[in-house]
Design a protein around this ligand. Structure first.
Ligand SMILES: [Zn+2]
Length: 134
């Protein structure tokens, strides 16, 4: 169970929140000019990283406010909570490395310093093959 630090209410149980999917998915600038493929990419294509992921949450049974959160999808460590509309913060090493949970991952990515910075700036799928959408 996650203990999620709501920016307005403080730490609360995960059950008070609802997940809102990936954060920082920009609305298309010219939506009328998008093809069906481009629309589908905007609507449905999301990152699925192993590691730090920026996502949206709403404190639905509390202040009912949306916020963004950086969470490690392997260790479930919450690395940052920040308001909607603000850019994704850099990964800061101020998070305590051990939370006592999810110690089943034997790989070396969760120990010590953060691994080599894998640049995730160009998210839009340049690697998706054109004919692989079916
Ligand atoms: Zn709240």
């Amino acid at each position: 169970m996650l203990l999620i630090p709501c920016p307005n209410c403080g730490p609360r149980d995960e059950t008070e929140f609802h997940y809102g999917g990936q954060a920082h998915v920009p609305y298309p600038e010219n939506p009328n000019e998008l093809s069906d493929t481009e629309w589908s990419r905007y609507l449905f294509y999301r990152e699925n990283p192993k590691g730090t992921f920026a996502e949206r949450w709403v404190h639905s049974t509390g202040c009912r406010q949306w916020f963004n959160m950086l969470r490690d999808t392997v260790s479930y460590d919450i690395q940052a909570v920040y308001p909607m509309g603000t850019p994704r913060p850099d990964r800061s090493p101020r998070v305590t490395p051990e939370s006592g949970t999810a110690s089943t991952a034997p790989d070396s990515t969760t120990t010590g310093t953060a691994g080599p910075s894998t640049s995730t700036t160009s998210i839009l799928t340049t690697t998706a093959p054109e004919g692989a959408t079916k």
